[in-house]
Design a protein around this ligand. Structure first.
Ligand code: ADP
Ligand code: MG
Length: 417
């Protein structure tokens, strides 16, 4: 690629006010996705950005949004950001609070599992931007407490995750309710067919930005495999926890498994918090805050609960259970080795995980090294009896996504023309 890479935020055409907030936030130079997405974003172009977790996508869309929406309050929100989970939405809101301060651009968050009336009060404060998960946004639309007619900018963040979580119908309805005349910025870590369909239905003549897959977390996180058995996993994890003092994010496959492991680690004397989809929003926030501050050294999480979690300095990610999809592996280990730090990712592999492991290594384009002292696989060549035993996600071959291509703006003017 021969794209010019700017090494300073000053070269991107930003206001002094936002440069001040960027510096205060602690960013000294733009990441590659920021350097490439901010100029077209400022110019009002649509953007289709493909970049791994941890590459700085949030500021890549928040900065142009703040600049474009500043000083033009019309009493209606004019920016909408859709994100897959409430945690992620809250993190985006926090970034807007930092980067929008001097420009006086305000956001409110509309997410599931939180008080609807509090959100309605937030919406009455005339925010410039709404950060929302798709389901709750629709609830407000149906209640008449949100009107999307004045939206000028739409951001679809972690589009692949939103579709994986089954939000396609909601996103479709939201797209229908938005003005055709708008700017759309779509970000995704991967570009499978359903995301390409969503892109066709939402963005127009976009600037395409791909931050190479070679910059995958694989290059920054030090990965290792432990061959083990279901019964030995907890013992193995406890011995890893004893080996150093790193903060550890542990992934389990099920909510039940997360609870059970959380209790076992707690009983062994570790400071541990657990998050999964059955926890209330306040429980999840308390767990994340405690983990961020170091009150808890270990956070046990399921994929859905951990999606997009941004905690700086996670030293070690442990796949206690292997993920259901290879993309989840990338997302999980992207939780360590954020922008500049580097970390470790350890996977516990049992004889049942054979197929998953192969799929992951294929996606990575490399084998994951076996940890020192890890036993040889018990049944190296024996495939799992039922390859679908834990793959809730893999049964969606070529399913039509239901996204219709976005109509050109003139197609709507059938009446007055
Ligand atoms: P992504 O959305 O691509 O996963 P995030 O936007 O969550 O990535 O950013 C990952 C981390 O990098 C965050 O902690 C964020 O504060 C930090 N970050 C983002 N941009 C910069 C920058 N220009 N310089 C330093 N750190 C940055
Ligand atoms: Mg992100």
């Amino acid at each position: 690629m021969h794209t010019t890479v700017h090494s300073s935020f000053k070269d991107l055409g930003l206001s002094e006010a936002i440069l001040h907030d960027i510096t205060k936030t602690g960013y000294t130079e733009p990441t590659p996705i920021q350097a490439q997405a901010i100029p077209p974003g400022l110019a009002g172009r649509d953007v289709l950005g493909c970049a791994q977790t941890g590459t700085g996508k949030t500021a890549a869309f928040v900065i142009p949004m703040v600049e474009r929406l500043a000083g033009k309050s019309e009493g209606f929100p004019r920016g909408l950001i859709l994100a897959p989970t409430r945690e992620l939405a809250i993190q985006i809101q926090e970034t807007i609070e930092k980067l929008g301060r001097s420009r006086r651009v305000y956001a409110t968050t509309v997410v599931g599992g939180a008080d609807m009336n509090a959100q309605i009060r937030g919406l009455r404060q005339r925010p410039d931007i709404i950060v929302a998960t798709p389901g709750r946004l629709l609830d407000h639309m149906w209640n008449g407490t949100i009107n999307l007619l004045k939206m000028r900018i739409l951001v679809l963040d972690e589009a692949d995750r939103m579709l994986d979580m089954g939000f396609a119908p909601q996103i479709n309805q939201i797209l229908e309710a938005l003005p055709e005349e708008r700017q759309t910025l779509l970000f995704s870590a991967t570009l499978p067919t359903n995301v390409a369909d969503l892109a066709r239905a939402s963005v127009k003549d976009p600037v395409r930005i791909a931050i190479g897959r070679s910059a995958a977390p694989a290059d920054r996180a030090e990965q290792a495999l432990h061959h083990t058995t279901r019964e030995d996993k907890t013992k193995l994890l406890l011995s890893l926890l004893d080996a150093d003092r790193d903060s550890v994010l542990v992934f389990t496959r099920t909510k039940h498994g997360a609870d059970r492991l959380g209790r076992a680690l707690g009983n062994a004397g570790h400071k541990v918090a657990t998050i999964h989809g059955d926890r209330s929003l306040s429980q999840r926030r308390a767990a994340l805050e405690g983990f961020r501050r170091g009150t808890f050294r270990v956070l046990v999480a399921t994929d859905v609960a951990a999606r997009g979690i941004d905690v700086a300095n996670i030293g070690h990610v442990v796949n206690y259970d292997m993920p259901n999809s290879p993309e989840d592996y990338i997302h999980r280990i992207g939780r360590t080795a954020r922008v500049k730090a580097s970390g470790r990712a350890t996977s516990f592999v049992t004889a049942d995980d054979h197929l998953q492991l192969r799929a992951i290594e294929k996606l990575l384009g490399q084998a994951i090294p076996r940890a020192a002292g890890s036993a040889a696989p018990a049944h190296p060549a024996q495939p799992a009896r039922n390859p679908r035993h834990n793959g809730q996600r893999d049964a969606r071959p070529g399913q039509p996504s239901g996204f219709r291509p976005r109509r050109p703006a003139h197609a709507r003017q059938s009446h007055g023309a």
